[in-house]
Design a protein around this ligand. Structure first.
Ligand code: GDP
Ligand code: MG
Length: 654
């Protein structure tokens, strides 16, 4: 025999899953009859659990609760007059607002409520998440999530039901404007306290409840309605409904999170892709994206780079004396490594934006757009991804050719990658455009990147003609749905890559720069970094070779020679040889012209990326190809630098 017994009503909107839930709770212990006086079916189920007897009553599904329709009246009368011990309110989570409106009405009845957020599977599919913890905190009662059709969440509901004796009533309810509340306080006296007096008072005010044959009450209500109308300039029923909707919205705002669902995302992705991968728009859009990338690299990065530059300048002015050690710190450490580190902000932004493009799904589109273009060049569209990676660093890009299925694509792509302008080359451009092309910085750098792509493609195409002849298979690739890129993830990956850059500056580049400093200081007795130093003599011996390209200072020759190690070293070398930040700009301004700066940048872009990349190429596709890569890049780099300078001079630009 049960110790206690409770009557639990099951209420909710039509199709919220009431019957499904009811059946899950009661099993087959069902009693079907009619509601008194009408032919509307009444279902009851009795079940014993944890020594408690529960009688569940399935009340008609409704959207509101008033005497205006039979179903609503049955539901309202049962709730307000029969007063069940608690009401399970089944809410369709996918239509939270509409369902919560009914829930609000039931809360106003002053009953114990057990809100059940059903159809959570449907809600999830539509990208709707309900925060039960927040709902519970606002109302001071537990909210249960269920999927009634699959029986999910039913045991959690039972837990709440078993504690229904101790369950509190909801603590948060709509509050109405002053004249309404005053009327409600007075009218509540007319109804028995334990019989939903507040709900009924509101009901007679908004006309949802028919006033029993009581003329005196009718007059009182009419008087209040008149006062409310006059004071608030609106019909009481509208005012009350409006407040209730406001209440629902405010709860939804706190507790309902709407993301785009997968289906919506796919639809949106398709719509965006119609433009982004469009045959005619795709290419220009990609170029615009690249241009924007460099524009941001400059406009956002340069102010920070300036600060760092000034910081190094100040630092170097603190180094006292003119001895060997002071020179080592000033000309070697600060000038050499500092010259490279100055560009850390720009590098970070470049990596950050590439990560954003990758994360948003745009980079795959770029590969897709490029596919047609790549085919025209005899390369597989897939090759574009490693090539794009090359903008960051050629080394991982060459490693990525492993993802290509056939030998030919691997070889051609690995040979094309070194012309993709990696981040190590950026400091060189930044140094020169900052001096010679101040007004067109991003455009000049952008064109250098384009030139790199052009050369990459040209090399691949030519080599294919010579070494391979088979046709390429078309690109079949899955384009991921777009999504809002995570700034945190992008910042994280950019941070890691930037740290790698800084570490390289602190170790490898530092080492190279030190060697140059030593060679610039020897033999003992010669002025530092003069043409008589060892490095000066080496540079001077090589310099005439570069005369046709417009830059024949021995320092430029040294920079290019040591640039074999890493392209950052080019900048570091200038830093060491021209002695510090302040002197650097004026020295370069004196040794170069805008035209020779251009040819120097072209040379830097094209000749050998760095020893490490060559080593990786050798490992991935063999010594023969690696040697060919060195040969081609040096020849092309030198050749193009000469062409740029000679053509420019012929056009009267030098
Ligand atoms: P009622 O009108 O409130 O009694 O709702 P029913 O219980 O008859 O359910 C309406 C429809 O929704 C039925 O086809 C159920 O199988 C389905 N349904 C009920 N609960 C869920 C749920 O949580 N998820 C899903 N996807 N469907 C449900
Ligand atoms: Mg039903």
């Amino acid at each position: 025999m049960a110790d206690k017994s409770f009557v639990i009503a099951v209420a909710g909107n039509p199709n919220s899953g009431k019957t499904s839930l009811f059946n899950r709770l009661t099993g087959s212990n069902l009693k079907v009859g009619n509601w008194p006086g009408v032919t509307v079916e009444k279902k009851e189920g009795e079940i014993c659990r944890a020594d408690i007897s529960f009688t569940f009553v399935d009340i008609p599904g409704t959207y509101g609760l008033s005497a205006r329709s039979e179903d609503e009246r049955i539901a309202m009368d049962f709730l307000t007059k029969a007063r069940p011990d608690a009401v399970i309110v089944v809410l369709d989570s996918a239509n939270f607002n509409r369902n919560f409106y009914l829930f609000t009405l039931i809360m106003e009845m002053g009953l114990k409520v057990i809100p059940v957020l059903n159809m959570t599977d449907m809600a999830e599919k539509r990208g709707i998440t309900l925060h039960t913890d927040r709902l519970a905190a606002i109302f001071g009662i537990p909210f249960v999530k269920t999927i009634a059709s699959r029986g999910k969440g039913i045991s959690a509901l039972w837990k709440v039901l078993e504690g229904v004796g101790e369950l509190r009533k909801p603590v948060h309810l709509p509050v109405y404007p002053e004249p309404v509340e005053t009327a409600v306080q007075v009218l509540m006296e007319r109804f028995p306290k334990e019989a939903s007096s507040r709900f009924r008072a509101l009901g007679v005010l908004d006309g949802g409840i028919v006033i029993p044959g009581n003329d005196e009450l009718r007059k009182t209500v009419a008087r209040f309605q008149g006062e409310i109308e006059e004071e608030l300039q609106g019909e009481p029923d509208e005012l009350i409904a409006e407040k209730r909707y406001e209440f629902v919205y405010s709860v939804a705002k706190e507790c309902v999170e709407r993301r785009m669902s997968t289906e919506q995302k796919v639809a949106l992705t398709d719509r965006i892709d119609r433009f982004v991968t469009n045959r005619y728009l795709g290419g220009p859009l990609f170029l615009f994206a690249m241009w924007l990338l460099f524009f941001l690299v400059f406009t956002v990065g340069n102010p920070f780079a300036d600060w760092i530059n000034r910081g190094f300048g100040v630092l170097s002015s603190f180094v006292p004396g003119s001895g060997l050690f002071a020179s080592f710190i000033r000309e070697g450490l600060i000038a050499g490594v500092g010259a490279v580190l100055v560009f850390v902000p720009n590098i970070f932004i470049l990596f950050f934006l590439i990560a954003i493009m990758e994360d948003s799904g745009y980079l795959s589109r770029a590969a897709f757009v490029a596919d047609r273009f790549m085919h025209a060049l005899g390369l597989h569209g897939k090759s574009f991804i490693p090539m794009l990676l090359g903008f960051g660093c050629n080394i991982p890009a060459v490693m990525a050719v492993r993802t290509l299925e056939n030998e030919k694509d691997r070889v051609l792509t690995a040979l094309a990658i070194p012309y993709m302008s990696c981040s190590a080359r950026l400091p060189v451009y930044l140094l020169f455009v900052g001096i010679f092309f101040t007004r067109y910085q991003s455009t000049v750098v952008f064109s250098l990147y384009l030139l790199g792509i052009f050369i990459a493609v040209l090399v691949a195409r030519t080599l294919r003609r010579i070494f391979f002849t088979k046709a390429v298979s078309p690109l079949v690739m899955e384009l991921p749905a777009y999504h809002v890129p995570s700034v945190k993830t992008a910042a994280h990956s950019a941070g890691i890559r930037t740290l790698f850059f800084i570490r390289k500056a602190g170790t490898f580049i530092f080492g190279s720069v030190m060697v140059i400093w030593v060679l610039a200081s020897l033999p003992l007795g010669v002025p530092y970094a003069s043409a008589q130093s060892i490095i000066g003599r080496i540079g001077s011996a090589v310099a005439p070779v570069f005369h046709p390209a417009g830059f024949d200072s021995w320092q430029a020759a040294v920079a290019l020679i040591f640039g074999f190690l890493a392209k950052e070293v080019v900048v570091g070398t200038f830093g060491v040889l021209y002695g510090g930040q302040a002197a650097l700009s004026s020295a370069i301004g004196a040794h170069f012209s805008a035209l020779s700066a251009m040819s120097f940048m072209v040379m830097t872009l094209i000749y050998i990326p760095c020893v490490a990349t060559i080593a990786v190429i050798r490992r991935e596709i063999g010594t023969k190809w690696a040697a060919l890569s060195v040969g081609i890049s040096v020849t092309l780099g030198y050749g193009l630098a000469v062409v740029v300078f000679q053509v420019g001079k012929a056009l009267g630009m030098g």
